[in-house]
Write a protein that binds this ligand. Sequence first.
Ligand SMILES: Nc1ncnc2c1ncn2[C@@H]1O[C@H](COP(=O)(O)OP(=O)(O)OP(=O)(O)O)[C@@H](O)[C@H]1O
Ligand SMILES: [Mg+2]
Length: 386
Amino acid sequence: MTDQAVSHQEGAAAAAPSTAQPASQPSGLDLVGLTKVFAGGTVAVDDVNLHVDHGEYVVLLGPSGCGKTTTLRMIGGHEYPTEGDILLDGQSLVDLPPHKRPTTTVFQHFALFPHRTSLQNVEFGLKMHGVSRTERRAEAMKALEMVGLETLHDRKPGALSGGQQQRVALARVLVTKPQALLLDEPLGDLDRLLQLRMRVELRELQRQLGLMFIHVTHNQEEALSMADRIVVMNDARIQQVADPLTIATKPATEVVARFMGDNNIVRGKVTQRDGDRLVVEDEQHVKASVHAPGARHAVGDPGMIAIRAAAVTVDADGSTAGELNSAECEIVFVEFLGDLVKLHLVAGGERMLAKVGAEEYPRLRGREGERIRISWREEDVQLLDS
Ligand SMILES: Nc1ncnc2c1ncn2[C@@H]1O[C@H](COP(=O)(O)OP(=O)(O)OP(=O)(O)O)[C@@H](O)[C@H]1O
Ligand SMILES: [Mg+2]
């Protein structure tokens, strides 16, 4: 949440007329109070404040309908904001049409012209900008080189693999030398193996080019693997902005903890407080301590915590009812996933999940219905904003 507040400040400062001191030129993209209400009253984007640096790879992540595409369309100029501003290096973009903006959008379907060669497909973007034929050729070849496809310049899309087609599509947008690339679910249509390869390729390409990429997805893993920073959206608003490790291990809100998956969310009461350390207990015998600097909770207040499934360990058998940071559970289902095992458990009436390494599978296989003890470390417990 602090990130947003800071961004808002920066955005506001960028918007103010500069009186002196050219030393601190605003740099990067600022969304300031960006809001979109569609005819009919749907609030698709609600007061979004965000700063993105040049060269940064930012992923907008969230469930279907949360406003990701609408945000991207406003940045690209395909949708006009109801309120707020979009600034690039301090200059407002909102009144510029898409082709006058220093941004280029890559839509969900990479849509190449099937009857044109790679080179002709790439040239097309420049034709729209009125660049001469010779210059177009040279620029398009350079762009194909950037994506490693110069030798395939005279192939038509039908004679290229899915990944190669995607690279042609990328070359087609890169050739216009945008300052920011806007990508809406760019890997959405690809089969899984190609998706995994394109993640790495896209990220490598972005690093080489040093360009700002804003990438929209509803795929958590894709966001974690690719982003410098993830913006988690829900219901038209930003929930949390942070680097992937923080999003994965320190979700700020219940929505983020649930959306990122595999978090055990326990709603209970604060039963002890000792400085920044709280103990939260539910009625089902889950009792966890959490280090939460700045928490305003007092003893007796409701408290909600998240315990990452991957941080839960399965202990040697034995009863430890009521012990801190451990719980006695019944095994509901042992789910083997190749490189890990998901243990579906129930503690009291509460469903819990533990993710352990595949090497544990022989020990756990077929033990549904049995009782085991699980535990976790205090540092893997996160207090959530409710
Ligand atoms: N042109 C439109 N007119 C009216 N409502 C719209 C329009 N475009 C989008 N919406 C609504 O705005 C909300 C946000 O839509 P948006 O397309 O931005 O979501 P999204 O996060 O990209 O979802 P998805 O992951 O499904 O692509 C949704 O409730 C959607 O129905
Ligand atoms: Mg969308």
